[in-house]
Design a protein around this ligand. Structure first.
Ligand SMILES: [Fe+2]
Ligand SMILES: [Fe+2]
Length: 136
């Protein structure tokens, strides 16, 4: 995961959302390299909390604007990740640093299964819409 670099194939076709995903990748790489370092984990948790707050909202707004038919399911997966981050953050801050060890795996899985799979579904829908508009 640490060597994973952003490529154009990862793009969802929206500059702001791509920037968010790049930021997520940077957090993941940092966690992967030094997840036993308390400073790194605390910093990553703070950044991930900001990420889930801003990015999920931006993404859901876009899906709504383009009438993406699978928004409800996508939102549920966002809710799941947000709850998971919140729980890990709370346990960590209340004195159990061992939960920090679960973060690299959680973040890595989210990158591969959500960003590169679920998010790609609305990206295809968005690209299709653009093609239809061009054809008219
Ligand atoms: Fe996303
Ligand atoms: Fe998403």
């Amino acid at each position: 995961m640490a060597d994973l670099r952003w490529t154009e194939e990862m793009s969802v076709g929206d500059v702001a959302l791509d920037r968010d995903h790049q930021e997520f990748l940077a957090i993941a790489a940092c966690l992967d390299a030094r997840s036993s370092d308390r400073g790194v984990v605390v910093d990553a948790l703070a950044k991930l909390e900001l990420y889930v707050h801003g990015h999920f909202q931006r993404e859901e707004q876009l899906m709504q604007q383009i009438n993406f038919p699978h928004l409800a399911g996508h939102r549920l997966r966002h809710d799941w990740f947000r709850a998971r981050m919140k729980a890990i953050g709370e346990i960590y801050r209340h004195g159990d640093p061992s939960v920090g060890g679960a973060l690299p795996d959680l973040v890595g899985r989210w990158f591969f299964h959500h960003i590169l799979e679920d998010d790609k579904r609305y990206a295809h829908w968005l690209a299709e819409l653009a093609r239809h508009e061009q054809a008219q």
